[in-house]
Design a protein around this ligand. Structure first.
Ligand code: 4AD
Ligand code: MG
Length: 432
C-alpha cells in the first residue's frame, strides 16, 4: 500500500510503500539510515543488511543523494520520540539513481551559488518549510477576509497607468496602443469593485522596477490588496490587525514542525497573536528615531535602516500613521485635522523586519482627486475611469496591501525576502 510520510502514524506495525527521494544517508555495510522525503514529510528508513535481500542491501549501499525511490517497509514508532515514525525497510525500488553528485550538500554554500541552483535548493528542508508557511499564510488570508465579507476579485496585470509611482514601472509595447505597464498593485481596480461588492480583495504578482538592493526588495512579488466601502482610517487598521493576528495564529497552529526546522523562536509570534499592536504617528516616530541617532527629517519617509533600527526595539507590530502627504501616493485622503498629513498607515513588523503593509483612506472627492492627479503630473485621460468613481455614488473608503514575501520572511525568521518566494526576481537576477 502506498502511503504518505504524514500518514505513517496510522500504519504502525503494517507494511507500506512511500515514494520520494533520499536526501541523506548514514551508515555502513551492516546498517543504513536513509533520510527520506516525499513532499509531505520526512522520515528515516532503517536498513539492516542481514534482514533484507542482498540486492536491497546493495541498493542501500549505492544509493546517492536525491535519487528517487519507492521504499517498502514496516512502520515503527521511534523508540524515544512520541510523534516520530520510521520505516524498517524491506525493499527499495530505485526510480532514478543520480549519477552526478548532487550539487547541494550539507556543507555551507554561498548564497549566490544557492540562488543559481534555486531549482534544486527548493528541496532543502528550510526552503520546504518556508513554502509550507507561505501556503498557510495565503490560506489564512482567504479565510479571514472571506469571514469578514470580503469577496476575492482579480485585478489586471497589464495596465495603462501607474498606481504607486511612475519611476518604478516596467513597460511593454502593447500593439497599436503604445505603452502598457505591469501592475504595481491592484488597488485602483479594487476601488472600482467596492462599488459593486462592498468589500473586496485581490491576490497576485505585482512588479516594481525598483533599483533598491535591500534585503526587502524584489522586482516581482505577490501582493494582497484589500479595499472596503465605508471603511475609514481607524477601521482600516483594525482590519489589518485582525488579519495579521489570524495569519500568525494559523502558522503557529499548522506549521509547528516547519517552525522547528526554521529554528524560529515562537515566543515573539505568540505575542503578535495575544497582544495589541502599537500605533504611533509619523511625527512621534521621527522624534523617537532622531533620539536614537537617525538623521531623518520631519518631512521624510522612513528609510529601510530607520525601520530596522526602530523595530529592533519592539516585539509587537506597530502602525505608523499620518505620514507627510508629500511623501505618499496621490490617492491618499488628507487628514482633516492637518492637511499636510495623509490618512495613511504603514504596518511595521517587529524584530527589525519593518514595513509589511501599506494602507490608507482614499481621496473620495472628485475635484480634490483631480487636483492631486495634476500635481503628480499623471496622465489625466488614463485616470478618467478612476475619477468616475468619485462622480457616481462616491463614498468614504479605505484599503491596504501586504507584500506576501515580507510577511513570510518575518514569520519564518529569515533574513532576506528572496528566501520567501520560490523563484526570486531582483535587479540582478531573473534565473532560474
Ligand atoms: O506600500 P505599497 O507600495 O502600497 C501599495 O502598493 C498600495 N497600493 C497597497 C494598497 O493600499 N492596496 O506596497 C504594499 C506592500 C508593502 O507594504 C510591502 O510589504 C510590499 O508591498 N512591497 C514589496 N515587497 C517586496 N519587494 C518590493 N519591492 C516591495 N515593495 C512593496
Ligand atoms: Mg509602502
Amino acid at each position: 500500500m502506498i502511503a504518505r510520510i504524514t500518514e505513517l502514524k496510522d500504519h504502525v506495525g503494517k507494511d507500506v510503500t512511500i515514494q520520494g527521494w533520499m536526501y541523506n544517508k548514514r551508515g555502513n555495510g551492516k546498517l543504513y539510515f536513509l533520510q527520506l522525503r516525499d513532499g509531505f514529510g520526512m522520515t528515516q528508513g532503517v536498513v539492516v543488511a542481514d534482514d533484507v535481500s542482498a540486492e536491497t542491501a546493495d541498493i542501500a549501499e549505492k544509493l546517492t543523494a536525491e535519487s528517487s525511490v519507492r521504499v517498502t517497509g514496516t512502520v515503527s514508532q521511534h523508540p524515544k520520540k512520541e510523534d516520530v515514525f520510521e520505516l524498517q525497510v524491506k525493499d527499495i525500488e530505485v526510480i532514478q539513481m543520480c549519477q552526478d553528485e548532487y550539487p547541494i550538500s550539507k556543507k555551507e554554500h554561498g548564497v549566490e551559488f544557492l540562488l543559481d541552483n534555486r531549482h534544486l535548493w527548493l528541496r532543502s528542508s528550510k526552503e520546504w518549510a518556508t513554502q509550507r508557511v507561505r501556503n498557510t499564510l495565503i490560506n489564512a488570508t482567504y479565510e479571514y477576509l472571506n469571514g469578514d465579507g470580503f469577496t476575492k476579485i482579480d485585478s489586471p496585470i497589464l495596465t495603462p497607468n501607474a498606481c504607486e509611482g511612475t519611476t518604478e514601472l516596467f513597460d511593454i509595447d502593447y500593439f497599436e496602443q503604445g505603452k502598457a505597464y505591469l501592475s504595481q498593485s491592484g488597488q485602483l481596480y479594487l476601488e472600482a469593485a467596492i462599488f459593486s461588492l462592498g468589500r473586496v480583495f485581490d491576490f497576485g504578482p505585482v512588479f516594481r522596477a525598483e533599483k533598491s538592493k535591500t534585503r526587502r526588495h524584489l522586482t516581482e512579488f505577490w501582493m494582497m490588496d484589500a479595499e472596503g466601502a465605508f471603511v475609514e482610517h481607524q477601521e482600516n487598521m483594525d482590519i489589518q490587525e485582525g488579519l495579521v493576528k489570524h495569519m500568525v495564529k494559523s502558522v503557529l497552529e499548522k506549521n509547528k514542525k516547519d517552525l522547528e526546522i526554521l529554528e524560529r523562536d515562537t515566543a515573539p509570534l505568540e505575542k503578535v497573536v495575544n497582544e495589541p499592536f502599537l500605533c504611533k504617528t509619523h511625527a512621534e516616530v521621527v522624534a523617537e528615531l532622531q533620539g536614537m541617532g537617525s538623521d531623518i527629517k520631519e518631512n521624510h519617509d522612513l528609510g529601510a535602516d530607520d525601520e530596522t533600527m526602530l523595530m529592533e526595539k519592539y516585539d509587537v507590530p506597530m502602525f505608523i500613521e499620518k505620514y507627510p502627504a508629500e511623501v505618499k501616493a496621490f490617492y491618499m485622503k488628507r487628514d482633516p485635522q492637518d492637511e499636510t498629513r495623509a490618512l495613511c498607515s504603514d504596518l511595521l513588523a517587529p524584530e527589525g523586519y519593518g514595513e509589511v503593509i501599506g494602507g490608507s483612506q482614499r481621496e473620495d472627492d472628485y475635484d480634490t482627486l483631480l487636483e492631486r492627479i495634476r500635481e503628480h503630473n499623471l496622465p489625466e485621460k488614463e485616470f478618467q475611469w478612476y475619477l468616475d468613481l468619485r462622480k457616481y455614488g462616491s463614498v468614504p473608503h479605505s484599503g491596504f496591501g501586504y507584500g506576501l514575501e515580507r510577511i513570510v520572511t518575518w514569520v519564518c525568521g529569515r533574513k532576506h525576502v528572496r528566501s520567501a518566494i520560490p523563484f526570486p526576481r531582483t535587479i540582478y537576477r531573473i534565473t532560474p
